[in-house]
Design a binder for this molecule. Structure first.
Ligand code: 5GP
Ligand code: MG
Length: 179
């Protein structure tokens, strides 16, 4: 696995320091308001596991599974799980690994608002710097990164590399290799 890495973009220590800051900001902003954390599977699992352990406040966690169908069909992303929401009146904080085009978070937060959540915010570990603005602005962003494909700390390539402790860029020949 290590030999597939071209370079480390953000190392584990920088990630931990930033996760700590994000948690402090979130705790300050919500104050005594109880919130419901909604991590999007699967990419945000490592991030959310670290984040919640830095958030000593009353909360519930409900995961969402979203299909992305990236480029494959005319449909946007769809929520596959749960099939019914219980967010009415709740302060919902959606967690994702990375904000790219923004369509995933745009769709998910729209759905949650339509289900009468009291408030909907979004927190992402990474945001890509794209030539055109994303369809969505997150309330909390860990790091802005160049428009490269990244893996590690929950992010995958063909399902692999999620267990890398750092955020990394793979060698071009690895990205071009057929699964
Ligand atoms: P968006 O809907 O914002 O275009 O896409 C967000 C989703 O695309 C993320 O949740 C993630 O699954 C995937 N994605 C976007 N960029 C990257 C990347 O650089 N690396 C990985 N592993 N996934 C990415
Ligand atoms: Mg994802």
């Amino acid at each position: 696995m290590q030999q597939d890495i071209r370079r480390i973009l953000i190392d584990r220590h920088a990630i931990q320091a930033r996760v700590h800051d994000l948690a402090r900001q979130i705790a300050l902003d919500y104050g005594p308001r109880e919130f419901l954390l909604m991590p999007l599977l699967t990419g945000s699992i490592i991030f959310v596991a670290d984040l919640v352990r830095q958030l000593p406040v009353r909360m519930k966690i409900d995961v969402l599974a979203v299909s992305s169908y990236r480029g494959a069909t005319a449909h946007g992303p769809r929520v596959l799980y749960p099939t019914a929401f219980d967010v009415a009146g709740k302060h919902v904080l959606v967690i994702d690994d990375i904000l790219d085009s923004g369509t995933t978070l745009h769709t998910v937060t729209g759905l949650l608002r339509a289900q009468n959540a009291a408030s909907v915010k979004a927190c992402v570990l990474l945001k890509k710097n794209l030539p055109t603005p994303a369809a969505f602005a997150a309330d909390y962003v860990g790091f802005e990164i160049p428009n490269d494909f990244v893996v590690g700390y929950g992010l995958d390539f063909n399902g692999y590399y999620r267990n890398l402790p750092d955020i990394a860029v793979l060698h071009q020949h690895v990205l071009e290799r057929n699964p």
